[in-house]
Design a protein around this ligand. Structure first.
Ligand SMILES: [Zn+2]
Ligand SMILES: [Zn+2]
Length: 210
């Protein structure tokens, strides 16, 4: 038999329910039936267990994972390191990537747009590895160097305005390292002129070498 609630009662009940839901805000709630359809090992029901845990449950028997930790630690360890579960997780991830190719490409493109500095550092490090040069550097070190050069080209002292090239002082091809100590920041035009010339002649021309 159900009772008709007054507005006040309903409100207080809603509040209570909202408070109960607080611990897992943002976690997707899945029913056991859906979880089994998706071949999941565990699911999150959104409701507390009899001990009051807001935790995942096992699809095989609906047992709370937190309770399992308390009552059967050995079994919990076994389930945690279940190779079958790991394999299924990997298969699901592969399938997701296959089904969501455009989503993946978009997310990659977003990351590339937001992390241009990191990307160029990764490219330089990779190029250096290919040429068997030692040393690595990070995007943060480049930003630091930019600050030390007061955002100016190391060669012509022109302001850089966000357009710059991180250049190896001693070229990788001539045994230079890829460490931040061997890097200077040049404006695009200086960098192009440098690359077109023999490095020693270039340094002589810039008056930095006899
Ligand atoms: Zn529990
Ligand atoms: Zn310059």
């Amino acid at each position: 038999m159900s009772k008709i609630l007054t507005p006040e009662e309903r409100q207080s009940l809603q509040k209570l329910w909202a408070n109960c839901m607080q611990p897992h805000l943002g976690r997707p709630v899945v029913t056991l039936i859906d979880a089994r359809k998706n071949d999941q090992i565990r699911y999150f029901s959104g409701r507390p267990c009899k001990r009051g845990h807001y935790a995942e449950r096992l699809c095989c028997n609906g047992a709370c994972v937190e309770c399992l930790k308390l009552t059967q630690p050995a079994r919990y360890e076994k389930i945690k390191s279940n190779p079958l579960a790991e394999q299924r997780r990997r298969e699901r991830a592969t399938k997701w990537r296959k089904d969501n190719k455009t989503k993946m490409l978009q997310s990659h493109a977003r990351w590339r747009a937001a992390n241009k500095g990191k990307l160029s550092a990764l490219h330089r490090n990779r190029r250096a590895r290919k040429k068997n040069a030692t040393g690595t550097h990070t995007a943060e070190q480049i930003a630091d160097l930019l600050w030390k050069q007061r955002n100016k080209c190391f060669n012509c002292l022109r302001k850089l305005d966000g357009k710059y090239h991180a250049d190896h002082v001693a070229p990788l091809a001539r045994g230079g390292t890829n460490d931040i100590g061997n890097i200077q920041i040049l404006c695009p035009s200086c960098n192009c002129r440098k690359h077109a010339k023999d490095p020693i002649r270039w340094a002589q021309e810039q008056g930095r070498l006899l």
